[in-house]
Design a binder for this molecule. Structure first.
Ligand code: MN
Length: 401
């Protein structure tokens, strides 16, 4: 159901309409008229069938007795955006997008609580409708989404949890469903990328990493903690360090051991000031040029703390001076529209430290925007499995003791 991008007003030249450049709002009003209502109607009839017709006094006859589907937003079972819960994960390849929680926070070095990140993000995601005004996207009409629940992580053991995470992500990724991962602390960045690399054959992935922290040291407190994912991920031949782009790094929480590794491996860093001074478009060009140099796809690792601490209090290591939400979302949207994206993780949401669910809501926004930009750029729904997905799994990619 995705439109040809050339017919989408978002991609039309500014002067195509007799010199009148429509405002974003004018374009948005036009785009909405093109969206079908089929998915909504199906949801209503299923609701009436499964949830029974409403009591006689209810005038709106689309309302069932038992809440089914989107409405009301405060009711219902907490999957991400009330997507169907896929209990039989063997069927995940039947969906365009799979949401998976990774409730692991044993890699945390200060405030814990990100094991509740998936629950927090799912809970506040019920606030959202599937429609975005400016982009003219309706997720319910344009893609199929499921929530496969959480990976079974082992709270006292990072390494066993990493093995579970890599196995789970490899399963989703190789099925052809687009994986969206709800963290969890950032230690999961290594096993998620390892899961993807397992099915890349000889293909390569560039990592675009949004964060205030470098996360590139080998160990922290003697283990592979949330400060360490990119040291280990970029040891894999499928994920070269020269294709690691790190956006928003800076402040008083960047360990010097990590900085040394960034320098030695020539990762590609832009600070918040770099991004502001270059401008968003130049920063996007820099990120794509480096992440796509010799690679076949891009993985996005979005640490919620890349955004200024004032907007995301519910995180493990909040740091003032980060990106404004508008800047982060604009960078993300432009990157997703221009790169072949193979997966997204949003990490470091810690609901016990959150206020009014703001941090979880920011994560929801990052996820929904990513899905919308994948639709607008024609990457979703997938017409076929991307060529970079190799059917055979490589069991052992890198040794570490
Ligand atoms: Mn961070």
């Amino acid at each position: 159901m995705t439109e040809n991008p050339s017919e989408n007003p978002l991609f039309q030249s500014p002067n195509s309409n007799n010199g009148h450049r429509p405002s974003e709002a004018e374009r948005a009003l036009e785009l909405e008229a093109r969206l079908p209502l089929t998915g909504w109607q199906m949801e209503v009839s299923k609701g009436l069938e499964y949830g029974l017709e409403a009591a006689d006094s209810i005038r709106d006859r689309t309302i069932p007795t038992f809440s089914r589907g989107e409405l009301p937003h405060y009711a219902g079972i907490n999957t991400f955006m009330k997507a169907p819960y896929l209990e039989d994960v063997r069927r995940v390849g039947e969906y365009d997008v799979a949401i998976v929680g990774v409730p692991h926070d044993s890699g945390t070095t200060y405030r814990p609580g990100t094991r509740f990140g998936p629950q927090g993000i799912r809970r506040i995601s019920a606030l959202y409708t599937p429609y975005n005004f400016e982009l003219g996207v309706d997720l319910r009409e344009q893609i199929t989404l499921c929530d496969v629940g959480d990976i079974f992580t082992i709270p006292a053991n990072n390494e066993k949890s990493f093995d579970q995470i890599s196995k789970g992500i490899a399963h989703i990724f190789s099925s052809g469903a687009f994986p969206i991962i709800l963290g969890g602390d950032h230690s999961i960045g290594f096993p998620t990328v390892r899961g993807i690399c397992r099915h890349l054959g000889d293909k390569k992935v560039g990592i675009i990493h949004f964060d205030r922290h470098a996360d590139t040291q080998e160990t922290d407190l003697d283990e592979r903690m949330h400060t360490c994912p990119w040291f280990h991920a970029t040891n894999m031949a499928n994920a070269p360090a020269k294709n690691l782009v790190q956006l928003g790094i800076g402040g008083w929480q960047v360990p010097r051991q990590g900085v040394k590794v960034c320098r030695e491996r020539s990762t590609n860093i832009l600070t918040v000031t770099d991004i502001v001074e270059k401008g968003i478009d130049a920063a996007v060009d820099f990120a794509l040029e480096r992440a796509l140099d010799g690679t076949d796809c891009v993985y996005i690792s979005f640490d919620i703390d890349c955004i200024d601490a004032g907007f995301v209090p519910g995180t493990g290591w909040p740091e003032p001076g980060g990106l404004l939400p508008r800047e982060a979302l604009s960078l993300l949207g432009k990157i997703v529209q221009k790169a072949p994206v193979c997966g997204l993780e949003v990490v470091e949401v810690s609901p016990p430290y959150d206020i009014s669910d703001m941090t979880s809501l920011m994560a929801t926004r990052v996820i929904c925007d990513t899905m919308a930009h994948l639709i607008v750029s024609g990457q979703l729904p997938r017409k076929q499995k991307p060529a970079y997905i190799h059917p055979e799994a490589q069991p052992q990619l890198v040794a570490w003791t």
